[in-house]
Write a protein that binds this ligand. Structure first.
Ligand code: TIU
Length: 231
């Protein structure tokens, strides 16, 4: 079993029981005019994770590791949107209002989609979640247990909001989470750094923190026998 350099200590990765979980790489968070921008954020802060995530996703697919995507968003009738969450937007740019990418954070709208560069494949589950955590009001727990997955390599945005909430939910459910520090980002860099410190503090109170480049060697395609070299 490969051992990955990580904080607070090395992590024994079991590639057969691990999944790459990509949180909310949606246009609504990464492009101007979406939910992230409507909350007053600089969406440019998040775009640095796109290129590393493309490399990691390609490697995970090539290896045959399970890949699961999440999207934050609501039903078009907003029946799953708590009044408390609605009230915290900017007037005129709240969830359900119309922006440049369609209705903000509403399922089926252009802004709700995962960015093209990380588009899910047909065989990769996409979890639509109304909250910050990917386990709340979703079938993610069922999907992971059905597939025998016990370890999660967690990437996506934002570190202190949906990534951290999901990691805390997963940790309480018995999953081992490795958060990939260069494949997660925040609109506020200091929140990113602090969130990662919290996850790995106290002996790994919520999980592990690793670099995606330390994972990549474990995702090299399995070696196939080379006929010409056999006697
Ligand atoms: N606002 C913010 O940082 N994040 C969110 O609202 N959702 C996610 O993190 N996906």
């Amino acid at each position: 079993m490969p051992t990955i350099a990580a904080l607070p200590q090395a992590f024994a990765l079991d590639t057969a029981k691990a999944a790459l979980l990509i949180i909310d790489m949606q246009r609504d968070f990464l492009e101007p005019g979406g939910f992230g921008a409507a909350l007053g954020n600089d969406v440019g802060q998040l775009r640095c994770v796109i290129a590393p995530l493309q490399v990691l996703l390609h490697a995970a697919r090539g290896f045959g590791m399970a890949v699961i995507h999440t999207r934050e968003g609501h039903r078009p009738d907003l029946a799953d949107l708590p009044a408390s969450k609605l009230a915290r937007g900017r007037p005129g740019a709240r969830i359900g209002d119309t922006g440049p990418m369609g209705r903000i954070l509403v399922r089926g709208e252009p802004g709700h989609a995962i960015i093209d560069k990380l588009a899910p494949r047909a065989d990769e589950p996409v979890i639509d979640k109304p909250g910050k955590g990917a386990f709340f009001a979703t079938d993610l727990d069922d999907i992971l247990r059905t597939r025998g997955i016990t370890q999660l390599l967690v990437a996506g945005v934002t570190t202190e909001v949906c990534v951290s909430t999901t990691v805390r939910e997963a940790n309480d459910r018995g999953f081992d989470c490795v958060v990939l520090e260069d494949c997660t980002a925040s609109y506020t860099p200091e929140f990113h750094a602090l969130s990662l410190r919290v996850i790995a503090a106290q002996g790994g109170i919520f999980g592990w923190v690793a670099r995606f480049t330390d994972i990549l060697p474990s995702l090299a395609p399995p070696l196939r026998p080379n006929r010409s070299s056999t006697p």
